[in-house]
Ligand binder design. Structure first.
Ligand code: ATP
Length: 304
């Protein structure tokens, strides 16, 4: 029986390996499909960034994933150099779409997205993606070591640089207490990390990349309040001196933003500082009051 068990078990392992490799390949092709959505113009040149950090500008942007269903309508805003603009609004209002357009996953159908005055359709995608760092809502980790996952932000980074980024993202202590430290394998086949831990790995990865523009897509899942505060602090230090777009699900994240945009059905319906929006007594004030009556760890109530 044991003679049969060992080869069968071995076959099972091989089967799982192949299945996982196919999943990885599948993911890679999904990403490559996204790459194919946009192409470099024949005369595209690298983005010129004389004064870092650069200003980011959306000018009368219209966008649809599918022509039959417009998503963004005449969206205009500017993030001055080194400032943070926050976006809030109900689910599906188009917040993450703004992030995808700034990373140039897609091209706009109307208007312009500009970085340092240059329309991002006129410059190379590689230079845009080098200038922009995204901390996504839901980070997918590679089936590799935690070191590899952080160093992915800047291939070739030394262990010291990886550790410095991990310390800044407050994940270093967690890592050194895992069975093999920085060599511990994470991802679907390795150690499972919580949403907050994964987001810290993503912050460390982005800190290591050190791009002049930062997009932070706050996780929708509820974190406990200590973790939430820690992540907000990390975010604040990561955004220091960078031009940042923050997609927020908790209003406590946006209080200090240079400007807050309130989106609804692909339009900016209110904008201003936290104080100005509260004084206005509109949708933002309504969201703020609703959230204040909720337990601290729950995401902001976003009335549809
Ligand atoms: P949430 O707060 O839930 O993350 P959101 O405000 O970020 O939502 P978006 O992800 O920008 O919303 O989505 C805006 C609209 O675009 C939604 O109606 C969504 O269904 C649609 N959408 C998003 N991604 C795609 C896609 N790849 N193809 C087609 N439609 C999409």
């Amino acid at each position: 029986m044991i003679q049969l068990y060992i080869p069968l078990n071995f076959l099972g392992v091989i089967y799982r390996e192949i299945k996982q490799s196919l999943t990885d390949l599948d993911r890679m092709f999904t990403l490559m499909d996204k790459e194919r959505e946009v192409a470099d113009a024949p005369d595209a040149r690298p983005l010129r960034l004389e004064a870092a950090p650069p200003e980011v500008r959306f000018e009368h942007v219209d966008f649809a994933y599918d022509p039959a269903r417009p998503i963004l309508h005449d969206v205009s805003f500017a993030i001055p150099a080194g400032k943070t603009v926050a976006v809030v609004g109900p689910s599906g209002s188009g917040k993450s779409t703004l992030a995808r357009l700034l990373f140039r996953f897609y091209d706009v159908q109307g208007g312009h997205v500009r970085i340092a005055g240059q329309d991002i359709r006129d410059v190379t995608q590689a230079s845009v993606r080098a200038a922009v760092g995204i901390v996504p809502q839901d980070t997918v980790l590679f089936n590799d070591t935690v070191e590899y996952n952080i160093a992915y932000g800047r291939p070739g980074a030394s262990r010291q640089e990886v550790e410095a980024a991990a310390r800044a993202a407050r994940i270093h202590d967690f890592i050194v207490h895992t069975p093999q430290g920085y060599e511990t394998r994470v991802g679907e086949r390795g150690l499972k990390l919580s949403g907050g831990e994964k987001q810290r790995v993503a912050i460390a990865r982005t800190l290591l990349k050190n791009p002049p523009i930062l997009i932070f897509d706050e996780a929708t899942s509820a974190l406990d309040s200590a973790n939430e505060r820690a992540i907000q602090n990390e975010l604040r230090s990561a955004a220091q001196g960078k031009t940042s777009l923050v997609i927020a699900h908790r209003l406590s994240t946006v209080v200090d933003a240079h400007e807050i945009l309130v989106m609804d059905s692909g339009r900016i319906i209110e904008r201003g500082t936290h104080e100005a929006l509260l004084a206005q007594g509109g949708r933002y004030a309504q969201m703020w009051n609703l959230q204040r009556n909720q337990p601290e760890s729950e995401p902001a109530a976003q009335p549809a």
